[in-house]
Design a protein around this ligand. Structure first.
Ligand SMILES: [Mg+2]
Length: 223
């Protein structure tokens, strides 16, 4: 994909909807998804949960039992995510990009399936709060409201009082791109692992980057 696609999408947008896990930090870098899922399973008293290393799969599964069961699991998952972000590895270049967006007048809303409480904890810990206009993340037990559903993006766009076409979603998952499309927002795929560039090509994001600092370089050329 050409860098013109990246130039072009940044030139016609003024707001950024930024995914958390991937673009800002690696949430489960030390407290691994496997360990989180294992701990979560031990807290699912009386629920016959499937064997999985994915905490969100457990939430999805329990949500099928009803929202009151999901509510308890969501609360436990949020606590585990708060624990996880205390040791999460920051993404290389993320702070620099957030600072530069703020200086350039680009407003950023963090849009994430992770718990809003955990994101607040991380932003405070790393003194990043002043660089973001808001957080639109998981506050409810219903996993159906999470990406790829556009719900969190709709809330972020409303918070910015902006048009969706002026808000570019930056995320490292196919669900980020799908949610952006459903919300009417352009999307930049962050290919942070081998093979992701190829996987992104299937969902056709507006542009693809390999490093967060690719955004910074484009931002500089915009000046
Ligand atoms: Mg992500």
């Amino acid at each position: 994909m050409s860098s013109e696609a990246l130039d072009s999408v940044l030139a016609r947008t003024s707001n950024v909807l930024l995914d958390f896990d991937g673009p800002i930090c690696s949430v489960f870098s030390h407290f691994t998804p496997m360990a989180v899922a294992k701990e979560l399973r031990t807290r699912l008293d009386g629920i016959d949960a499937p064997e999985t290393n994915e905490p969100f799969e457990l939430l999805n599964y329990v949500a099928q039992e009803g929202l009151s069961a999901a509510s308890a699991v969501e609360a436990e998952l949020a606590q585990l995510e708060i624990e996880a972000v205390s040791t999460a590895t920051p993404t290389s270049g993320a702070t620099e990009v957030l600072r530069y967006f703020a200086d350039a007048g680009r407003r950023v809303v963090v849009v994430s399936n992770n718990s809003a409480s955990a994101i607040d904890v991380y932003l405070r810990k790393h003194a990043l709060g002043s660089y973001v206009a808001g957080v639109s993340a998981r506050t409810k037990p219903d996993p159906g409201l999470l990406k790829p559903n556009p719900h969190l993006l709709h809330d972020a766009v409303a918070l910015l009082r902006a048009e969706p076409s002026t808000c570019v979603m930056v995320g490292d998952s196919l669900t980020d791109i799908d949610a952006a499309r459903a919300a009417g927002c352009p999307a930049i795929g962050y290919a942070n692992k081998p093979g992701k560039r190829e996987r992104f090509a299937v969902v056709e994001p507006t542009a693809i980057i390999d490093h967060m600092t690719d955004l910074l370089r484009q931002e500089r050329t915009r000046q």
